[in-house]
Design a protein around this ligand. Structure first.
Ligand code: PLP
Length: 378
C-alpha cells in the first residue's frame, strides 16, 4: 500500500525538509563543542547563543532564558522537579490538573512520594480547568502550579491568561505551562507565565529538540549533574544543530501560525460536521472550536482499537488514546475525566491535523471510516 494519510500529528509530525536540510548543514559545519575555547568551538557557541536569542525575540520575551532540552518531557521534569526542589524551603504544596500529559502527572506523583503534597484539579465537561477550582486549592504553602495550555488528547484549551492573572497576587507561586500542543498553533497569552515547555517534533521540527523557557528570576535545581552547560541547568554537550533547528522551526510555525490555523480549521469543521451528523455512532470529545488541530471522538458501540488498526491497514494513521501511553493503559483518563464514562473512555479516536493535510485526505478518511464501521462488529 503506497497511500499514507497521516493524521497523528499530535504524536509527532514529519520533519520539514527545509529544517532537516539546515540541521544537516549545521551538523557538518558547526561540529565543534560550543564549550571549547578554540575558534571552532566559539563559532558553535555563537550559533547556539544566537538560536536562544532568536527564540526569545520571536516570542517577545525580555526577562527570560532558554534551556535547550531533548523534548517536552525533559523540559516538564526540569521545570517541575527543578522548581519544587529548589524552593522547598518556601512550601511543599504543588498543584496540577487531571488531564496533564504523563510527563507532568507522573512527575507530580514522584514528588509526592518524596514528601510533597499535591493537588490534582478536576476538569469540567469540556475538559477545561476552572479558575474557581484553582482558587479553592491554593494554600499558604503552595509554591507551584503547572497547567497545560492545550490538552494533547482532546485539544481543550485551558484559561492560561486568567490563571496567570489570578496567581499574580501570590508571588511565591510559580506558574508553569506545558505549551507542547499549543506553540506555533494556538495563541496563548504568556504574560503571567513564569516558565513553559515545548518540543520541536510537534511542529515539524526534529525529534530530540525542545526547550524550557523560564523567567531569569525563577530558580531551579538541575536534574542532571555534569559540566554545567545551559547555565548549570542541563549538563551535557549542547547539540547546536538541534538548538538551531528548533529556532528555525519555531520561526516557521509562528510566521505561518494564522494561515495554518485557518487551513486546519477547514479540515476540522468538515470532520466535526460529519461526526455531528452521525451522532448515533460517535460522540465528540473535542468541544473547543478554538483549537482545530485535535479532533477526538468516542465510538458508541464499536472498539476503537479495531477501527484504528483497520484504518492503518488502509494507510490512514490516527491514534486511539495518546501514543505516549497507549501501550500501557487501555482507556483514556482524559476522556474519562470529562464524562466519567469508562466505555467511552475505552473507545476514543484522536485525529490530529497538520498544515500539510488536505481536505481530500479528510474526505478519504471519512470514506474509509464509514466503510470500516459497517464491517466491524459491535
Ligand atoms: C502536552 C504534551 N506534553 C508533553 C509531551 C511530551 O513531549 P516529548 O515527546 O517531546 O517528550 C507531549 C507529547 O505528546 C505532549 O503532547
Amino acid at each position: 500500500m503506497d497511500r499514507i494519510i497521516y493524521l497523528d500529528n499530535a504524536s509527532t509530525s514529519k520533519v520539514n525538509p527545509e529544517v532537516l536540510e539546515s540541521f544537516n548543514q549545521i551538523t557538518l559545519k558547526y561540529f565543534a563543542n560550543p564549550s571549547s575555547i578554540h575558534r571552532l568551538g566559539q563559532e558553535s557557541n555563537r550559533l547556539l547563543e544566537k538560536s536562544r536569542e532568536q527564540i526569545l525575540s520571536l516570542l517577545n520575551l525580555n526577562h527570560h532564558e532558554v534551556i535547550f532540552t531533548s523534548g517536552a518531557t525533559e523540559a516538564n521534569n526540569l521545570a517541575i522537579k527543578g522548581y519544587a526542589l529548589a524552593n522547598r524551603n518556601r512550601g511543599n504544596h504543588l498543584i496540577t490538573s487531571a488531564t496533564e500529559h504523563p510527563s507532568v502527572l507522573n512527575t507530580f506523583k514522584q514528588l509526592e512520594k518524596n514528601g510533597f503534597e499535591i493537588t490534582i484539579l478536576p476538569v469540567n465537561e469540556k475538559g477545561v480547568v476552572e479558575v474557581n477550582s484553582l482558587r479553592d486549592a491554593v494554600k499558604e504553602n503552595t509554591i507551584l502550579v503547572s497547567i497545560m495550555s492545550v490538552n494533547n488528547e482532546i485539544g481543550a484549551i485551558n484559561p492560561i491568561k486568567e490563571i496567570g492573572e489570578y496567581l499574580k497576587k501570590y508571588p511565591k507561586i510559580a506558574f508553569h505551562v506545558d505549551m507542547t500542543q499549543a506553540i506555533g498553533k494556538v495563541d496563548i497569552p504568556l504574560e503571567n507565565v513564569n516558565m513553559f515547555s515545548f518540543a520541536g517534533h510537534k511542529i515539524h521540527g526534529l525529534l530530540g529538540s525542545g526547550a524550557l523557557i523560564k523567567e531569569k528570576k525563577i530558580i531551579l535545581e538541575a536534574q542532571n549533574s555534569g559540566g554545567g552547560q545551559e547555565n548549570n541547568l542541563r549538563s551535557g554537550t549542547n547539540t547546536v544543530a538541534l538548538s538551531a533547528s528548533l529556532a528555525k522551526v519555531l520561526r516557521l510555525a509562528v510566521d505561518h501560525q494564522i494561515e495554518n490555523y485557518q487551513k486546519v480549521s477547514e479540515l476540522r469543521d468538515y470532520l466535526v460536521s460529519y461526526l455531528k451528523d452521525n451522532d448515533d455512532k460517535y460522540i465528540l470529545n473535542s468541544l473547543d472550536k478554538n483549537n482545530p488541530y485535535i479532533v477526538n471522538f468516542s465510538l458508541k458501540n464499536k472498539k476503537a482499537s479495531v477501527l484504528v488498526e483497520a484504518l492503518s491497514n488502509r494507510g490512514i494513521m490516527v491514534s486511539s488514546l495518546s501514543a505516549c501511553h497507549s501501550k500501557n493503559e487501555d482507556y483514556s483518563y482524559v476522556v474519562y475525566a470529562l464524562n466519567h464514562d469508562m466505555c467511552l473512555a475505552h473507545n476514543t479516536v484522536r485525529v490530529s491535523f497538520s498544515y500539510d493535510n488536505t481536505l481530500e485526505e479528510v474526505k478519504e478518511f471519512i470514506k474509509e471510516l464509514e466503510s470500516i464501521m459497517k464491517e466491524i462488529k459491535q
